[in-house]
Design a protein around this ligand. Structure first.
Ligand SMILES: Cc1cc2nc3c(=O)[nH]c(=O)nc-3n(C[C@H](O)[C@H](O)[C@H](O)COP(=O)(O)O)c2cc1C
Length: 241
C-alpha cells in the first residue's frame, strides 16, 4: 500500500516537474529576465517598396514610459531586451529596448518612414506586476495618463503605422489618448501589435472607437518571445499592404 502511494507521488512529482520545464521556465525567462540582443543586427530588415505610401510610424512601448531603476537586473523586467552593443555595463537603463520599439525600428528600416514615440508625463512603475495593476486600474476607472511633448503634425502623411503592446486585451491607455487627440481623418491606420499570447485581443475592434482614421484589418501581431526574429515577418506584412 505504502509502496503504491510512493509510486503515485513519484509520478505526480515527475508530471509537475515536466509541466514546470515546459511552461514555467519559458514564462519566467520571458517575463522576468531581460534578453541580450545586438540591436542593429536583429532590427535589420530588407527594404520594401511601399509604392508611394507616406506613413508615420507611431510607437508606444514600456521603455521610456516606465520608471526603471538604474540597475535593470534588480527589477522585474518583463519583455525587455538589453542592447548588448550599447550596454557599457550589464543592465544599464539607457540600453534597454522594448518589443514595440524594436518592431517599429524594423518597419522603419524596411520603409524609411519616420518614427514618433508616444511618451507619458507620469511614468509607470518599474515592476512589471505593478504596471499591469496600474494599467488595469486606469482602464477600469477611465483615468487619463497625459502625454508628454508635442503631438506630431500628421498633415503630410496618408497613413499611420501604429505599433504597441497589447495591454489587457486592448490598446494601452496612452495609445487610446493619442488616437483621441490627433485628428487622423482621411488617413489609413495599420496596426502592429505585440502580445504575450492574446494575439490582437479586442484591439483592432477597439481602435475604431478612438479614431476617425480608416482602420485596416490587415494588421500584424507578434508574440513577445518572437520579436527578435520578426524582421522577415514584418517585411512580408509590409509587402502585403
Ligand atoms: C500592463 C500590461 C498588460 C498586458 N496585457 C496583456 C494581454 O492582455 N494579453 C497579452 O497577450 N499580453 C499582455 N501583456 C504582455 C505584452 O503585451 C507583451 O509582453 C509585449 O510584447 C510588450 O511589449 P513592449 O516591450 O513594447 O512593452 C501585457 C503587458 C503589460 C505590461
Amino acid at each position: 500500500m505504502k509502496k503504491r502511494l510512493f509510486i503515485i507521488l513519484g509520478i505526480l512529482l515527475a508530471v509537475a516537474a515536466a509541466l514546470f520545464c515546459v511552461f514555467g521556465l519559458p514564462y519566467i525567462r520571458r517575463h522576468y529576465q531581460p534578453v541580450r540582443i545586438n540591436r542593429s543586427e536583429v532590427s535589420r530588415t530588407e527594404s520594401v517598396d511601399m509604392g508611394g505610401m507616406n506613413a508615420l510610424i507611431v510607437c508606444f512601448t514600456r521603455v521610456g514610459n516606465t520608471d526603471f531603476a538604474p540597475d535593470v537586473d534588480a527589477v522585474s523586467s518583463a519583455s525587455l531586451m538589453i542592447d548588448a552593443e550599447r550596454a557599457q555595463t550589464s543592465g544599464k537603463v539607457e540600453s534597454l529596448v522594448g518589443n514595440s520599439e524594436l518592431l517599429a525600428e524594423m518597419v522603419s528600416n524596411a520603409t524609411g518612414f519616420d518614427i514618433y514615440d508616444i511618451r507619458v508625463k507620469d511614468l509607470y512603475s518599474s515592476s512589471y506586476n505593478d504596471t499591469v495593476a496600474e494599467a488595469d486600474e486606469e482602464m477600469k476607472s477611465g483615468k487619463i495618463r497625459e502625454l508628454e511633448g508635442a503631438l506630431p503634425d500628421v498633415t503630410e502623411y496618408d497613413s499611420i503605422i501604429l505599433v504597441y503592446p497589447l495591454w489587457w486585451w486592448t490598446l494601452p491607455q496612452p495609445v487610446q489618448t493619442f488616437l483621441k487627440e490627433v485628428d487622423l481623418s482621411g488617413k489609413t491606420l495599420y496596426s502592429v501589435v505585440t502580445h504575450g499570447g492574446s494575439k490582437f485581443g479586442n484591439a483592432l475592434a477597439d481602435t475604431e472607437q478612438f479614431t476617425t482614421a480608416a482602420v485596416s484589418q490587415n494588421a500584424l501581431e507578434v508574440y513577445d518571445d518572437d520579436v527578435t526574429k520578426a524582421a522577415p515577418k514584418v517585411a512580408a506584412w509590409l509587402r502585403s499592404l
